[in-house]
Write a protein that binds this ligand. Sequence first.
Ligand code: NAD
Length: 356
Amino acid sequence: MSKVELSNKTIFITGVAGFIGSNIAKRLLQDESSVKIIGLDNMNDYYDVRLKEYRLDELFSYNNFAFIKGNLADMALITSVFEKYRPEVVVNLGAQAGVRYSITNPGAYVESNLIGFFNILEGCRHSYDKGHTPVEHLVYASSSSVYGTNKKVPYSIDDKVDNPVSLYAATKKSNELMAHAYSKLYNIPSTGLRFFTVYGPAGRPDMAYFGFTNKLKEGKMIQIFNYGNCERDFTYVDDIVEGVLRVMQKAPDKKSGEDGLPVPPYAVYNIGNNKPENLLDFANILEEELIRAGVLPEDYDFEAHKELVPMQPGDVPATYADITEFERDFGFKPRTSLREGLRKFSEWYKAFYMSE
Ligand SMILES: NC(=O)c1ccc[n+]([C@@H]2O[C@H](COP(=O)([O-])OP(=O)(O)OC[C@H]3O[C@@H](n4cnc5c(N)ncnc54)[C@H](O)[C@@H]3O)[C@@H](O)[C@H]2O)c1
């Protein structure tokens, strides 16, 4: 693998107002004062835009951070960002996320995840034109959803992932295929990361832990899918940030094959907790932590607010990451326990929504 020095570099982060993107930008700005971060986000209202503004506000205090409000699918804009700023490292996290929404709004996924990613690949490709400083490493988000209803656990990057059960998953698998073609054709080092259920403070309100919290606070029922027989490999956001930072600094090597053509400098990894949790156990810990943080009263009657329901279309019963290759190449594995992570989420939730 080739070392990618981050100091004094320009880093282009898409989806920078998003949950994962904002946390990565924040950590880079805190740790590497010599980097320049160009962040892009279209600030769409798939979920409460105030959360995106709140995350961005934390970044605006750094003068080496520049924000562009715009759409990944706008080719002229993306081309101009690459030409004006000449980023050496690109981290593509901008995407339409969520499995269920892809059933009612498929067009959003084609626009952001396919056309948007194509524009990023083209920007990387043309960075190699005319002897300019090229993109040294493209890191992009894939997803555990590419595994579909894989029966074999844990999920390994060697497993066949040709049977997506949602359009979201199909766009993420497509991203890996598109990146492979561009790595092969234009020798662009790229690394795809299959994230497994990332959670934490200021996370995504469309995800179960956040939705449960909103509902429980309002005294509404929460629905536990597949009658509670669901397992998720929850990964705390700080662990994802640490993992992505390590990945950014190690790109797949450029080499030539026997035919004299480049062997694609291409890699895909799982990045997950490697420890799946049952949804019912998860809900119990969440409830305890919500009480501890003062989001819910001590005597809250959980049993009266829990409903066990069947599986939803597009959902999968289990996710479980095999991270052998990730640990081998980056010397790191997620270390935050679910209780610790949910404690931080609950404390943040109390401060953000309930402090007057
Ligand atoms: N959070 C998870 O558990 C998880 C799991 C697997 C994969 N991922 C992937 O990781 C990435 C980041 O996820 P996240 O949880 O931070 O999601 P997020 O929705 O919080 O962040 C994505 C950001 O991208 C922006 N965006 C969407 N379409 C855009 C477009 N066309 N142009 C510009 N900006 C656009 C959104 O406004 C949002 O701020 C996504 O690619 C997602 O699919 C996340």
